[in-house]
Ligand binder design. Structure first.
Ligand code: UD1
Length: 427
């Protein structure tokens, strides 16, 4: 098993470039299916989830051409099947966006229940309700496959029972060609929802209101190929901002949209960090000890649940006691046991965690329990005394491009060691 080996207590300093947003690209790549034409997507992050999405596109019959490390061309004129295989779907959560995209274009989709990070039960009832509202029939699940089909998709009103990013994306994809008007009420407002709407509109779709809680989609009869550049990753940026605070460093995070980072910026300022905003970069410095604060995660524009494990690490070192209230997922504290191995004192009760501050974290062998939990272990290791070895790094590499190189560029002592290297060393 490959590992990261990190020696902590180096103050990070310098500039880091943020990659394209994972949660935007995993929606936009399936959306290229709708074009029936060639789309060129730029600023693609080089991460495992993108490779999986590209493999699914190739499996469907699309032409997939890598132009360079961050640009790809997808030709969806050559699709031969509307079925996604289990092997690929289980690798990432967002494989279920192929249901909306295939249903939208062909009126048929067979896609397995998706894989992805485990935060407790992750139902998709709102996605299925949306498809049904648009006229699709979703057959009872057989062989782990979701089978959706429609003779004709017709616009309709869909009220989401809870704010769901995935359901908002999937209904937008399914509705682009649906006859008449689709209205999604109580829609998610995340930056990647707006990015997807901008991408679809650049292909000729008619979507208004993305970024508010009512999105209106008027069906069109044709879409065209386009060239589109993915927005910067809000959570990757937030993670490097938190790394600056964790190590009392001074880091400029470049190629970001500061507006997308406001809730993270506000929390870090409350903890005592100094933050300067520029047009496309943010400088975070934190020479002094930080203060405790309380955090409640919420849908955008609230504090993102995907930054909850990272901020928890900062709170273990801050002065005083903090409370974290996880407002999105039922079970997102699985990383706490790993942090305890490093000396953190955190009590969890359901969706609440009480974090005792003033801990001196120390290096230990730990695991990445999921993508953002893994990012939190990296932050803890950067701040800890001694050496930390992190296993299960495949979770981290699903969502962070060149993490080791970017952190080394900021002065971190981090190495990625492969299983073969470990075996040779032990022999
Ligand atoms: C997306 C993000 C994920 C992030 C999450 C919340 C992607 C690829 N992933 O996940 O990183 O943590 O948003 O910001 O963009 N729910 C239902 N029924 C449904 C759908 C959702 O009950 O049909 C519930 C979920 O259990 C959860 C809440 O709604 O409690 C929000 O989930 P949702 O916004 O759908 O998350 P994802 O789209 O899976």
């Amino acid at each position: 098993m490959d590992k990261y080996i990190i020696r902590g207590e180096n103050r990070l300093h310098g500039t880091v470039d943020i990659s394209g947003a994972k949660n935007a690209v995993v929606a936009i790549l399936p959306a290229t299916v709708l074009a029936g034409d060639v789309c060129r997507i730029e600023n693609i992050p080089n991460i495992a989830d993108v490779n999986t999405a590209l493999e699914i596109l190739a499996e469907l019959g699309c032409g997939v051409r890598r132009i360079d490390r961050h640009t790809v061309e997808i030709d969806s004129t050559t699709i031969v099947t509307q079925t996604v295989s289990h092997d690929l779907a289980k690798k990432m959560r967002a494989s279920y966006y192929f249901i909306g995209a295939l249903l939208g274009r062909f009126g048929r989709a067979r896609v397995p229940m998706p894989g992805g990070c485990y935060f407790g039960v992750r139902p998709i009832d709102q996605h299925l309700k949306g498809f049904a509202c648009l006229g699709a029939t979703v057959s009872p699940m057989k062989d782990g496959m979701i089978d959706a089909h429609a003779d004709k998709m017709v616009g309709s009103s869909v009220y989401l029972d809870m704010v769901s990013v995935g359901a908002t994306v999937n209904i937008m994809l399914a509705a682009v060609y649906a006859e008449g008007l689709t209205v999604i009420e109580n829609a998610a407002k995340e930056p990647h929802i707006v990015d997807l709407a901008n991408f679809l509109n650049s292909m000729g779709a008619d979507i208004r209101g993305a970024g508010t809680d009512v999105i209106k989609i008027r069906g069109v009869s044709r879409l065209y190929g386009t060239t589109y550049s993915i927005i910067p990753d809000q959570i990757e940026a937030g993670t490097y901002m938190a790394a600056a605070v964790a190590t009392h460093g001074d880091v400029t995070v470049r190629n970001v949209i500061p507006k997308h980072l406001e809730s993270i910026t506000a929390k870090l300022q409350e903890m005592g960090a100094t933050i300067e905003e520029f047009d496309e970069e943010i400088r975070v410095s934190c020479p002094d000890k930080t203060r405790h604060c309380n955090v409640k995660t919420m849908p955008h524009p609230g504090f993102p649940t995907d930054m909850q494990p990272q901020i928890a690490v900062l709170l273990t070192m801050a002065e005083g006691t903090s409370i974290i209230n996880e407002g999105v997922w039922e079970n997102r504290f699985r990383y706490v046991d790993e942090l305890r191995r490093m000396g953190a004192e955190i009590q969890v009760d359901g969706k609440l965690a009480v974090v005792q501050g003033d801990s001196q974290l120390t290096g230990a062998p730990v695991k990445a329990m999921d993508l953002r939990a893994g990012a939190a272990m990296v932050l803890a290791a950067l701040a800890a005394k001694g050496v930390t070895e992190i296993e299960e790094i495949q979770f981290i590499e699903r969502g962070y491009e060149d993490l080791v190189e970017k952190l080394r560029g900021l002065g971190a002592d981090i190495r990625r060691v492969t299983e073969e290297e470990l075996v040779i060393k032990q022999a």
